[in-house]
Design a protein around this ligand. Structure first.
Ligand SMILES: [Zn+2]
Length: 457
């Protein structure tokens, strides 16, 4: 019977098991790990963990552990503590009371935050069930947790830890961290947990998501959810924030990072940064930790439609195809609604071009209510009749079901419809608007009015 399995359910244990597998070799599976492998891990890691670079991290992961003592025997002490657990390891059975695996009985000695992050200290007994002195873990899970730091991303003195429903993704995250640590160890350049330089945890999280997508085969239909724990287990101020990256958002990102869209997606993300003086930016380092509203809105489930549109320049960031992918995947918009809006947008663009004036576009851009928006469409219908168009702008069914469907929150619908029409008109007419003198040929991807952001709901 094996010692470990994939995704046993406890984030720290699963992270530790994935770190063990990755260190032993990219093909290693949890079920293959034997106690001899754990002996290798113990002997290789105790000296690495006791270096000053790692100790600095470990104060915030395993406070009061032997690693953090300042004496010469820390390595020996750590090896002895871990080996003691290793000797107690038993294969998994059908059931048990261990909080890590639920498949083995717990050790007699209960564990606290010194061995398992975000568990209480033994003296704060009201943290635990039945006022006990700690929490029960089996020896195998306790040991696995010790290797979890290999798979943590250091971010502003705290750590990002992934827990996914897909073991493959869990492994890729670990692979990114472990590959960096291994290459540094090989160069004798030990720096602690993987640190790509993100103090802003949300930006760090999206950086990791982009790295995960780099690795991913494009099986975009799969539902991959990710929970990212942003924590510190520091004695004086343990903290925890949990981010959810929903499956539809990850699926959309896989499209967005594809070659054909990546440049456009980069522009959209760039437009989401706040408080950046772009004139002074020399490299990514100058803005990568600034607040980014595109990332924040994606995590909060708010629409990022506004960021696809560069209103001052009257042009689009990206194209209808990427925008449709976003609206279908993340916002659950029906294909039929998108098609109708696209068609109506094209007809309005055609009418504007025929008229040689941009008044209808200006009116649509500044429409501030459902009533105003409807009125402008009525004007366009009149324009089209004068221009001798034979087909109507839209049918009554399209109007009721696709353009302005009725819902409890109709405010969102008319704004969304207006923004989509404006997007499509910009996409179709941008060059004409420039040559006709109705738009400036500015290449500023970072302009973004606050008005637009409030409407991003
Ligand atoms: Zn266990």
């Amino acid at each position: 019977m094996a010692i470990y399995e994939k995704l046993m359910g406890n984030p720290f244990v699963d992270t530790g098991v994935s770190a063990i597998c990755e260190w032993l070799g990219p093909g290693t599976q949890p079920e293959e790990i034997a106690t001899e492998d754990l002996e290798i891990m113990i002997n290789q890691f105790a000296p690495i963990y006791c270096t000053s670079a790692w100790t600095k991290n470990l104060y915030s992961i395993f406070p009061n552990s032997p690693v953090t003592y300042r004496n010469k025997d820390t390595v020996a002490e750590l090896v002895s503590k871990w080996s003691n657990w290793r000797e107690k390891i038993e294969p998994m059975s059908q059931a048990g009371d261990c909080l890590g695996c639920g498949r083995r009985v717990t050790m007699e000695k209960l564990l606290t935050k010194t061995d398992v992050p975000l568990t209480g200290s033994g003296s704060l007994r009201n943290f635990f069930p039945l006022f006990s002195d700690g929490q029960g873990y089996c020896a195998a899970c306790a040991l696995a947790v010790q290797f979890a730091p290999l798979s943590l991303v250091s971010s502003g003195g705290k750590f990002l830890m992934l827990h996914s429903n897909a073991w493959r993704v869990q492994r890729k995250w670990t692979q990114i961290c472990v590959a960096d640590i291994q290459s540094r160890v090989a160069r004798n350049e030990i720096t602690g947990c993987f640190n790509p330089g993100y103090i802003n945890p949300r930006n760090g999280l999206f950086y990791m998501a982009s790295r995960l997508i780099d690795y991913e085969e494009r099986r975009a239909t799969e539902d991959i959810t990710m929970q990212i724990f942003y924590f510190s287990n520091y004695n004086q101020g343990p903290e925890l924030e949990i981010f959810h990256l929903p499956a539809p958002v990850f699926r959309f990102l896989r499209y967005a990072y594809q070659n054909e869209f990546s440049r456009a997606w980069h522009q959209i993300v760039r437009s989401g940064y706040r408080w950046v003086n772009w004139d002074k930016v020399e490299s990514e380092e100058d803005y990568k930790n600034s607040r980014n509203l595109v990332y924040e809105f994606l995590l909060q489930g708010r629409s990022i439609l506004g960021f696809f549109i560069n209103r001052p320049a009257r042009k689009v960031r990206s194209n209808w195809e990427l925008l449709s992918l976003y609206l279908k995947e993340v916002r659950n918009m029906e294909e039929s609604r998108l098609n109708t809006i696209k068609q109506v947008g094209d007809s309005i663009a055609q009418s504007i071009r025929k008229s040689g004036r941009e008044r209808r576009l200006r009116q649509l851009e500044s429409a501030g209510s459902y009533g105003e928006c409807r009125n402008i469409l009525r004007f366009v219908i009149r324009d089209r009749i004068q221009q001798g168009e034979e087909t109507p702008l839209f049918s009554l069914d399209d109007y009721v079901e696709q353009l302005f469907p009725v819902s409890a929150d109709q405010a969102t619908f008319w704004r969304e419809t207006r923004d989509l029409l404006v997007f499509r008109i910009y996409e179709t007419l941008h060059d004409w608007l420039i040559t006709s003198g109705f738009a400036d040929d500015i290449d500023d991807e970072t302009e973004h009015s606050t008005d637009e952001l409030q409407e991003g709901n």
